[in-house]
Write a protein that binds this ligand. Sequence first.
Ligand SMILES: C[S@@+](CC[C@H](N)C(=O)[O-])C[C@H]1O[C@@H](n2cnc3c(N)ncnc32)[C@H](O)[C@@H]1O
Ligand SMILES: *[C@@H]1O[C@H](CO)[C@@H](O)[C@H](O)[C@H]1NC(C)=O
Ligand SMILES: *[C@@H]1O[C@H](CO)[C@@H](O)[C@H](O)[C@H]1NC(C)=O
Length: 428
Amino acid sequence: MLERVLSTRRPTQFSEEGDEDDESKTRKNVTFAMRATKQMSKIGFLWPFLLLFLLLLVISVVSHSRNIVCVSSYGTESYSRMSFFGIDGLDSDFGSLGVPWCRSKHGRTVEWTSKDLLQGLEEFVPIYETRPIKNNMYGMGFDHSFGLWFIARWLKPDLMIESGAFKGHSTWVLRQAMPDAQILSLTPRHPEKYLKKGPAYVDPNCTYFAGKDFIDFGSVDWESVMKKYGITDLNRVLVFFDDHQNELKRLKQALKAGFRHLVFEDNYDTGTGDHYSLRQICDQFYIRGGGHSCFADSDEARIRTKRKKFWEKAVDIEELCGPGEAWWGVRGQMRDDFNHSNKAISYAEHFQNSRFVESVLDVYWELPPVAGPSLTHQTRYDPARVQTPLVEDGRFGFFQRLGLTRLETSVFNGYTQMVYLEISQPGS
Ligand SMILES: C[S@@+](CC[C@H](N)C(=O)[O-])C[C@H]1O[C@@H](n2cnc3c(N)ncnc32)[C@H](O)[C@@H]1O
Ligand SMILES: *[C@@H]1O[C@H](CO)[C@@H](O)[C@H](O)[C@H]1NC(C)=O
Ligand SMILES: *[C@@H]1O[C@H](CO)[C@@H](O)[C@H](O)[C@H]1NC(C)=O
């Protein structure tokens, strides 16, 4: 998360508020078109000429890209369009570099649909606007807040356990989803400590394992804690991890305690982040977008080099690959505890880890980003490694109707593939 917020957003000419234009909402070339219209408002008298010019451009590009379809396997249409405009790589061709995911035992997936998610989104925006911590730098932004709220509200757990609370924003999110459920929060520094300096959220009905009472998730005697809180069905417990610990370690600890529903906030992509994540673990050759080549002349290397110029979190082959062409985890390392610990692992070990995860996995579900980058103006994650957003680029009218234009753009900069897992003992 540190890494996520420290780097500043790329300034863009089209990031000003209040001069959006809706007329391009359903056109394919919207990214460019929207930027262009924004520019137009600044040069009012040239408006009609520019509009005509733009129209001609769009027409010529559409015919241009038709001519060269099927040249490359990575989103040909959009690449040609973008090189035409000279902004190659800024295009949001979601998933074009593959979106790794974890195979589950029986191929099950979640019950909710994208319609449910969109309905939830509409409901959540006004709730999010009332959040006590407006600037949650180093903590969760909008996308993950929505995801956590949605999952908690859908599952309706009796008890929610949170590991890593910081100022308490996620505790607040959990409370909005489930006003009457119990919450246990494990975090070294009590959120009340932050109240002295500024906004924080301390929940009156949450039990804090914080300060001198802090205890790591892996050291808790969960059986007796569950007894104490009257929980007999562990199926009714949701565990949320935002503590930057090795997710394989957390998964094993949760499994041992018998928990079944887990959410991991920071599900970092391969080559990024400060702890070994589910997505990293499942990044394997047999998964589309998984397994990487450290060969500098590969298609992947070329595309990554381009995209790195436009997306802050994108990594090129040089960053992806460590000594001995080790690409798994982060340059062949399994990071843990905010990168305070990192251990080189072999490819065989990495492969075994994914096999283990598959053996306990019933559901793996990555939250999609809420909206495309031409709408949110996010500049951090590379859409090429991410699934299609809930509100696609070009649907500005919809984005606005959902109330999303009312939010500051910085809240959209924290997406790191939050994941919901359902797990059970191997063989079951
Ligand atoms: C990224 S912040 C959490 C952000 C928060 N969930 C939010 O909504 O903004 C990570 C938190 O994990 C805490 N932390 C560090 N080690 C931890 C551990 N072993 N168990 C639980 N929390 C830990 C840190 O003190 C910090 O508050
Ligand atoms: C705490 O939870 C109890 C039981 O659900 C409820 O009656 C009470 O109003 C809650 N207190 C606060 C401050 O929310
Ligand atoms: C993580 O730790 C390793 C080893 O100490 C170090 O080389 C690397 O630069 C660190 N990365 C980050 C992002 O802090």
